[in-house]
Design a protein around this ligand. Structure first.
Ligand code: ZN
Length: 53
């Protein structure tokens, strides 16, 4: 069981699988913003970089 969503950042479609945090948010409609693995890593990296700059 999975949902197909579009990444908010790169606009590429990807899948949310059961058990993932974003899957829960999608199911409960808590969030409209979803990020693929690649963008999640990028965001995390940017956050760390901003923290140290
Ligand atoms: Zn993405």
């Amino acid at each position: 069981m999975h949902y197909k969503v579009t990444c908010t950042s790169c606009k590429r479609p990807f899948k949310l699988y059961e058990g993932e945090e974003q899957y829960k948010q999608f199911k409960e409609r808590k969030s409209q913003l979803f990020y693929c693995e690649e963008c999640k890593h990028k965001i995390r990296f940017d956050a760390i970089r901003n923290f140290f700059s």
